[in-house]
Design a protein around this ligand. Structure first.
Ligand SMILES: Nc1ncnc2c1ncn2[C@@H]1O[C@H](COP(=O)(O)OP(=O)(O)O)[C@@H](O)[C@H]1O
Ligand SMILES: N[C@@H](CCC(=O)OP(=O)(O)O)C(=O)O
Length: 360
């Protein structure tokens, strides 16, 4: 494991709940003292915590037949204040101020929103305040939703240039089979040359989780590709963060690749957030994917789809329609259409804001 300074810690719903679904306040209190210990050690910590729906469900009775979306909204809205109130009480006793941040996918799509959020989190950290992030479940429904908070935590890690992402769940990490089976072994390290392990992971989730181990694995790999070390560990075990600090933690560790520049990290997560599509000719593709640093000029663009503004994310496709990468628009679709296929125009996507699949 590598040294860490800026850590995103994600706590899954099941870590904060008992087997009967009641909030596990003892566990929460213990994790608060573990996080406080890391902060005292000088680490900058951002907490991404699930648990709003679980806390709401136990406190607010709702008629069984009510629309499930309304149910979730009511539980999230009532549960989030309970969740944050508990955190606040426990952290205050440790002398740590917390701040609540509720986000939606839209906040990661728009570069302005993204930067506002990033600046706010950085300002809180500078003031020694612990940001506690969750999805704004009351407004995010179906397609607006993050897959789960593992995705949100991984986006947050990329956003604030964290060096470490820790996903705390109810198992020690990724196993070679069902973790409850004695034959299953913990996979302790996953590096770029480790063969695919997704076939070991079953789609079953813990009783209160949303995404399951498969999203944790996908998000962990993506973060490691961007240069962030990822740890999947058991938040139900006492002393988990102390063991991490002592480098004695039993976990699955994802070795990070070389660090990517910040805008590229934002783009790397943009596959679901793009506003327009740009089709490029073979010459432009060859140029972008060569070892030379190149931006995407209008002369190499054959077609544009969708309406976009300056700053929006664009998906780049080649002549066959295959996805080449993602980039940030330097100007709007309206201006871009006028320049299509022409020489001597400013790049639509600047190299610094270009992320190529499998190349970057
Ligand atoms: N190969 C595997 N290794 C570890 N866990 C697995 C594996 N396959 C499935 N799982 C399940 O994934 C669950 C954790 O994911 P999830 O329920 O989403 O947790 P969280 O609420 O912490 O996000 C574990 O409880 C475990 O049952
Ligand atoms: N935002 C939801 C959590 C959704 C979620 O991703 O849960 P989990 O898979 O337990 O991390 C809540 O607070 O209940």
């Amino acid at each position: 494991m590598l040294e860490s300074k800026v850590i995103i810690i994600k706590i899954g719903s099941n870590v904060l709940t008992q087997s009967d679904g009641m909030p596990d306040l003892e566990r929460m209190k213990h994790l608060v003292s573990q996080i406080s210990f890391l902060i005292e050690q000088g680490k900058k910590v951002v907490l991404v915590s699930s648990g709003a729906v679980a806390f709401g469900r136990q406190a607010v009775a709702i008629p069984e037949k009510l629309n499930p979306v309304f149910k979730k909204q009511i539980w999230a809205a009532t549960g989030q204040i309970r969740l944050i109130h508990q955190y606040q009480g426990y952290f205050e006793k440790k002398g740590i101020q917390i701040a609540q941040i509720l986000v939606t996918k839209e906040d990661f799509r728009d570069r302005k929103h993204f930067l506002n959020m990033k600046n706010c989190i950085e300002a809180l950290l500078q003031q020694g305040i612990l940001p506690v992030i969750n999805e704004n479940d009351t407004v995010t429904i179906t397609e607006l939703m993050f897959t789960d908070n593992d995705e949100l935590a991984s986006l947050t890690a990329a956003m604030i240039n964290a060096d470490t992402l820790m996903l705390l769940t109810n198992v020690d990490g990724i196993f070679t089979g069902n973790p409850a089976e004695p034959d299953s072994e913990l996979i302790e390290k996953i590096a770029s040359d480790t063969p695919e392990v997704s076939s070991y992971i079953s789609a079953t989730k813990s009783s209160f989780g949303r995404g399951g181990m498969l999203t944790k694995y996908a998000m962990a790999k993506k973060s490691a590709d961007l240069g962030i070390q990822v740890i999947i560990a058991n938040g139900k075990k006492n002393g988990v963060l102390q063991a991490f600090a002592d480098k004695k933690l039993r976990c699955t560790w994802f070795e990070p690749k070389k660090k990517k520049q910040a805008p590229k990290k934002w783009l790397a997560h943009g596959a679901h957030y793009y506003k327009g599509e740009v089709f490029i000719n073979s010459g432009a593709k060859a140029s972008l994917t060569s070892d030379v640093i190149r931006s995407l000029l209008p002369i190499g663009i054959t077609k544009l789809e969708g309406e976009f503004s300056k700053g929006d994310i664009l998906l780049i496709r080649d002549e066959k329609g295959d996805k080449v990468g993602l980039g940030r628009a330097e100007y709007s679709s309206k201006s871009a259409i006028e320049k299509l296929g022409q020489k001597n125009h400013k790049a639509l996507i600047h190299y610094n804001y270009l992320y190529l699949f499998d190349h970057d």
